[in-house]
Design a protein around this ligand. Structure first.
Ligand code: 8X3
Length: 248
């Protein structure tokens, strides 16, 4: 089984690993992201099955232009993977700059919703599929998660809501909820602090982007009557913390 898949945010991490995974099995992949050179490198590596569509997910006109400019063989999209997203910082809410919150909402929520809305008619017509990258933070609060976790709770619930509204239309929708994974995501989150990055992953045997790419490949290649609603995935080393009580 193959088809055409659009994966947002393929310039690093999960998205880049997914582009490789799907091309390996003969899918046509439209990879998106802001960093055109990184997309160009992927294009050189992956060849004719990969189309680089450089745009900023927070710019609706750029989304429209990129979709309008797709080459003929990439125009019929079967699967949309909403992977583009970011976390900025792990400071407690009172210490976070409002701009950081706004940036996360613009990408993780507004950008995701905009491109989904744009492609929905085609995905319905083609009885296609939407895979949304949520997070363990969708469900489990942790200190410093604040707005990042809020955006991911939105993504999870939006996925379930979409699936409900698409009842009977043959469109599959999945929420993928990864935990600790070693990728550029954390370098962005720490503002490029390599020492904090190294400390977080030291001895943790975190998930790798390829683990998530393999999982999403499995989800997308289930028979058409099977819908994986949601999948939460952690490394073995990660689990839940207990409740806290503050005492006066
Ligand atoms: C982020 C997951 O475990 O790094 O979506 O907070 S975790």
């Amino acid at each position: 089984m193959t088809g055409t898949i659009m994966i947002t945010g393929t310039t690093s991490g999960f998205g880049e690993a997914m582009a490789r995974r799907f091309v390996r099995d003969g899918w046509r992949v439209i990879g998106t992201g802001r960093r055109a050179e990184r997309l160009q490198h992927l294009k050189e590596e992956l060849g004719e099955l990969f189309h680089a569509a450089a745009f900023d997910i927070t710019d609706p006109a750029a989304i429209d232009a990129a979709i309008g400019a797709l080459p003929d063989e990439f125009r019929a999209i079967d699967v949309l993977v909403n992977n583009a997203g970011l976390a900025l910082g792990t400071k407690p809410a009172p210490d976070v700059a409002l701009d950081d919150w706004s940036t996360m909402i613009a990408t993780n929520v507004t950008g995701l919703v905009t491109i989904t809305h744009r492609l929905l008619p085609m995905l319905i017509e083609r009885r296609g599929m939407i895979v949304n990258l949520a997070s363990i933070a969708s469900t489990w609060p942790y200190p410093g998660g604040n707005v990042y976790a809020g955006t991911k709770a939105f993504v999870k619930q939006f996925s379930l809501g979409l699936r409900t509204d698409l009842h009977g239309k043959g469109v599959r929708v999945t929420s993928i909820e990864p935990g600790l994974c070693e990728s550029e995501f954390t370098l962005v989150r720490t503002g490029g602090d390599k020492a904090a990055y190294d400390a977080l992953y030291k001895g943790a045997h975190a998930l790798k982007p390829e683990d998530i790419a393999d999982t999403i490949f499995w989800v997308a290649t289930q028979p058409p009557h099977v819908n994986i609603n949601s999948l939460e995935i952690m490394p073995v080393s990660q689990s839940w913390a207990g409740m806290r009580v503050h005492r006066e």
